[in-house]
Design a protein. Structure first.
Length: 267
């Protein structure tokens, strides 16, 4: 049995019973214990199932609920960042917006503008902005990720390359004076790079917790982004590095994140 057929069979079993033991799946699929465990690991990596000792079950939360949980974190900061980012966008602008919790807040703020030409990979962002006055919204196709209902992959990238925009508005996993702008998933970084390439100006929206992280996938160097919009100014080392590359920092608050706190959490 091909692995795709096995994946579908496992999901059908879980839809019926809610959970299955590895031994039960081994018998029903007619494959080895090792094969079942490998399939479960692959499905879990996509957020479709949860693994427990000797068994697998459907997640307690849907992908939409997981995304809502992310949006609830630092909600006040994300709202303030979105309002500051709004000041950079004019009626009639063409914008590319990647999928993220903070960019979802930006999308809500952008309802204050009209006649926007929008390109996005996020279903939530598209659903928000299609309600705007005179907006034209283009939603990229591709494989939909269960955790946030966003499209990723080569099909998505090729779709993005059909357009040009004035602004790319991007979420990010981490910002560091040496590592630059980073993310936790290769597909997210590839999508961000495509949007940067297809836009005249690039803007990253990030709350101060992103200054305490490092992430494994590089999106671009500090010279690749024109504007960073944040709730608090970055630590002095990062602010100096951004200034060196002539990047603008638009901060809601004036008190910077302490360098020692950021460095301690980066270590």
């Amino acid at each position: 049995m091909h692995k795709t057929a096995r994946y579908n069979a496992i999901m059908r079993e879980l839809e019926t019973s809610g959970s299955c033991s590895v031994a039960d799946l081994t018998r029903s699929l007619g494959v080895s214990d090792e094969t079942v465990r490998r399939d479960i690991k692959a499905l879990a990596a996509r957020g479709l199932v949860e693994r427990v000792h000797g068994a697998v079950l459907l997640p307690e939360r849907t992908g939409e609920a997981e995304f809502e949980k992310r949006m609830a974190l630092n909600a006040a900061a994300k709202t303030a960042i979105a309002q500051r980012a709004l000041e950079e966008i004019e009626d009639g602008d063409a914008v590319m917006i990647d999928n993220g919790a903070t960019t979802a807040y930006v999308a809500r703020a952008l309802l204050a503008r009209r006649d926007l030409f929008v390109v996005t990979n996020g279903t939530e962002i598209a659903r928000t902005l299609v309600r705007g006055k005179g907006n034209r919204v283009h939603l990229a196709g591709g494989e939909i990720r269960a955790s946030d209902n966003a499209a990723f992959g080569e099909t998505t990238i090729q779709f993005i390359r059909n357009f040009r925009a004035r602004h790319a508005i991007l979420s990010i996993g981490a910002v560091h004076p040496e590592g630059g702008f980073m993310d936790f998933h290769l597909q997210e970084a590839e999508l961000a790079r495509a949007m940067i390439e297809q836009s005249t100006q690039s803007m990253v929206v990030a709350d101060h917790t992103k200054f305490r992280n490092q992430a494994p996938v590089k999106v671009c160097g500090l010279d690749g982004i024109g504007t960073l919009v944040c709730d608090r100014p970055p630590p002095h080392a990062l602010a100096a590095a951004l200034a060196h590359h002539e990047a603008r920092i638009l901060s809601v608050e004036s008190e910077p994140e302490p360098d020692d706190v950021a460095d301690a959490e980066l270590a």
